[in-house]
Design a protein around this ligand. Structure first.
Ligand code: OFO
Length: 171
């Protein structure tokens, strides 16, 4: 059974994951409108993944005898200056998410809820990967600068990274 404190912390995280999904959906839509179809595919997929992160929490809360609350969401930012701006916003967002996750982990330790602590470790590892990926993409974009050919290849690479495994590179 979850304590009220843990239940509230996990519901806070449900809201954060849902907001992340919305934020990346807005970015995906922006990229699609710019003709960056690979970047859009990558961001649509990322948005779907965040929704799965949210669902995983909802199910955990309910399974542990708590009550998951499906939150109202604020409209995410919809105007971006450039593709670099998108990935910088994504990294800033993920860094905040990491801090929030660390906060939940901290509450688990204080409440001596080792089951939820164990469950949250999946999120801790996921954040390491997501932040690293965002940093790699920003580094690539910084290298590309204003080179249109480079941007074309960057976008094409992201298309490949977003393909379902069966269709990836014909393998
Ligand atoms: Fe990108 O964050 Fe979920 O956890």
């Amino acid at each position: 059974m979850l304590s009220k404190k843990i239940e509230a912390a996990l519901n806070g995280q449900v809201s954060i994951e849902a907001s992340s999904s919305q934020a990346y959906l807005a970015m995906a839509s922006w990229a699609e409108n710019q003709g960056l179809s690979g970047t859009a595919a990558f961001l649509y997929k990322h948005s779907d993944e965040e929704r799965l992160h949210m669902l995983k929490l909802v199910k955990f809360i309910n399974e542990r005898g708590g009550r998951a609350v499906i939150p109202a969401l604020k409209q995410p930012g919809t105007n971006f200056k450039s593709i670099t701006d998108i990935f910088q916003s994504l990294l800033a967002h993920e860094t905040k998410v990491t801090n929030e996750i660390n906060g939940v982990v901290d509450t688990c330790l204080k409440e001596k809820d080792y089951t939820t602590h164990n469950f949250m470790q999946w999120y801790v590892s996921e954040q390491i990967e997501e932040e690293a990926l965002a940093r790699t993409l920003i580094d690539k974009l910084n290298l590309i600068g204003s080179d249109k050919g480079g941007l074309y290849l960057f976008d094409r690479d992201l298309q490949g990274a977003s393909a379902p495994p069966a269709t990836k590179g014909g393998q």
